[in-house]
Design a protein around this ligand. Structure first.
Ligand code: NI
Ligand code: MN
Length: 238
């Protein structure tokens, strides 16, 4: 597989990812405005597809705005898709549910469970998800907000993600200790921590996660800086 992906972590759970072969760009959970640590501005985002894992405001963020501005479809869980579609005229939506997929710009997006909750603007918003982002066989698992759960093993076996993006902030999601168990269950080649140090409640040391994981598994841990781009070449992951 010669395909490389260019990543940028925009703080919290937001990543934008570009397929270096096709130039197609995806952004997931774009919480930019109101995010104290994000450097990227919503008007600077270029995207061919926008993905949202669940309804909490730190995940939906600027997704409808970015989606409409870029004429990029928004992919999310069914009930949240209905709510966002009703509140945003002209929003192009793909609603999916667990094990369901949609393909946009050659990127296949599949919803998988997350052990969490979902609401939007005070309304119950159905189930939260994680998302498998498949760029022509280079697979990234964005776990969304989640606690650890044993079906992560099935997600690992089924989709064989190369890279797993995992929350480690604790309080609302896994902390480094639970995220270590998640890595053991998923068995990705690389893990990248997210959803920490945005607010005081989710203060964590990503180096603790890295040392726990690299001591007891073969998975490499990368800790990106907010706003800086990095390229992952699958050759380097083996
Ligand atoms: Ni949440
Ligand atoms: Mn969250």
């Amino acid at each position: 597989m010669g395909l490389k992906l260019k990543f940028r972590w925009n703080g919290h759970a937001c990543f934008d990812i570009e397929n270096q072969e096709t130039g197609k760009k995806l952004i997931i959970d774009p919480f930019l405005e109101g995010n104290p640590v994000a450097k990227l501005k919503k008007d600077e985002v270029k995207a061919d597809v926008v993905v949202v894992t669940h309804g909490h405001s730190d995940h939906v963020g600027d997704a409808p705005y970015i989606s409409i501005k870029n004429k990029a479809p928004l992919v999310t869980m069914v009930e949240l898709a209905w709510i966002l579609g009703e509140k945003n005229e002209g929003l192009q939506i793909h609603d999916i549910n667990f094990s369901g997929s949609v393909e946009v710009g050659g990127i296949k997006i599949t919803a998988v469970p997350a052990l969490h909750s979902s609401s939007y603007d005070g309304m119950y918003a159905g189930n939260p998800g994680g998302m498998i982002l498949d760029f022509n066989g280079f697979k990234v698992y964005h776990a969304g907000d989640t606690g650890v759960f044993s079906d992560m093993e099935l997600i690992g076996k089924m989709y064989k993600p190369d890279v797993a993006l995992l929350p480690i902030g604790g309080h609302y999601t896994m902390s480094p200790h639970e995220a270590l168990k998640a890595v053991e269950l998923i068995n990705p080649k690389m893990a990248i921590p997210m959803h920490y140090n945005t607010f005081p409640a989710i203060k964590q040391d990503p180096l603790l996660f890295k040392s726990l994981v690299e001591k007891s598994t073969k998975t490499k841990v990368m800790i990106p800086e907010i706003g800086s781009e990095f390229i992952i070449d699958p050759k380097d992951l083996n």
